[in-house]
Design a protein around this ligand. Structure first.
Ligand code: COA
Length: 273
């Protein structure tokens, strides 16, 4: 039996999608493609006799922050240490790059492993879902990047991610906020949405729901942002999953990691933050 860790490449996407589908996750081939484009050196797979059985990705936002995602092991091959080996591999890659902070959104299954690897809880994250009600899309403008707002909200420069997402569904209210939507395997995905006010977030949500009327929509939010929670309830969303955002300080980290969750109405995805 041969077990090897390799860098994931576009040719591995169908095999990676097999793991997503087994886990019932929402990501699509395009999501895998985007992660691989953003961080071609930071996506790893464990192959057992040539079969991809476990994955972990690490998207770097400069040297300030990296986001771990796509931590998945084929159900037939769990509890053999594969996820741990891939996580240790990814952490060594990030340490060698001098990345200051590492975060991730942990499921209940993943959390024990992350705790053992030095991650600490930062904040709850929740998935909410609804069938988008029929409504006319709210008036928003074309997407224009607002790097200053996003940096204040998220704490690291994720403009490369946002530029890629802007090739899909994207909208902005100049000076007030922006939002994206994208297709998923199970439901359309609302996020990220960063806004200076609940009113702007409401318009951006209505923009998304109006485009996806009658379709299932997933929305991952930080429940500490009570205005986001209130909007989710108002538009008929229900809580589906509870995760925990976790953080690990790298050797290169100085001071604290400043960010402002009250500006974040929808996260970008569990694999992006
Ligand atoms: C979470 C997941 C990736 C773990 O994969 P795995 O390859 O089975 O994990 P490992 O065998 O490397 O186990 C990792 C460690 O966590 C421990 N662990 C795993 N599940 C656990 C649980 N439910 N409770 C306590 N400890 C657990 C293992 O004992 C092991 O500890 P050790 O290294 O000290 O022996 C896998 O269960 C999975 O794909 N789950 C569905 C998708 C998911 O939730 N992914 C996490 C996203 S954040």
């Amino acid at each position: 039996m041969n077990e090897t860790i390799l860098r994931l490449e576009p040719a591995h996407i169908p095999a990676a999608m097999r793991l997503n589908l087994l886990a019932g996750w929402n990501q699509t081939q395009a999501d895998w493609q985007r992660v691989l484009e953003l961080e071609p050196e930071g996506c790893f797979g464990l192959f057992r006799d040539g079969l991809l059985v476990s994955t972990t990705t690490a998207v770097c936002y400069g040297r300030k922050l990296a986001w771990i995602g796509m931590v998945l092991t084929d159900p037939e091959y769990r509890n053999r240490g594969y996820a741990r080996r891939l996580m240790e591999h990814a952490l060594a890659f990030l340490e060698a790059r001098g990345v200051e902070w590492i975060k991730l959104d942990a499921t209940a299954m993943g959390r024990p492993l992350y705790r053992k690897l030095g991650f600490e809880d930062e904040a709850p994250v929740e998935r909410w879902a609804a069938v988008a009600p029929a409504m006319s899309p709210a008036t928003t403008g074309d997407y224009v990047a607002d790097a200053e707002l996003d940096l204040r909200a998220f704490g690291a420069d994720r403009s490369a991610l946002l530029a890629r997402l802007a090739r899909g569904e994207a909208a902005a209210i100049p000076g007030q906020g922006f939002a994206f939507a994208r297709p998923g395997s199970l439901a359309a995905y609302f996020g990220p949405c960063v806004a200076r006010s609940a009113e702007a977030a409401r318009n951006l949500l209505q923009w998304c729901l109006g485009r996806h009327a009658g379709q299932p929509v997933f929305w991952d939010l930080l429940p500490a942002n009570e205005a986001a929670l209130a909007l989710a309830r108002e538009f008929g969303f229900e809580r589906r999953r509870e995760l925990v955002r976790m953080v690990r300080r790298g050797a290169a980290a100085r001071g604290s990691f400043d960010h402002d969750d009250s500006l974040i109405y929808a996260i970008a995805g569990f694999e992006y933050g």
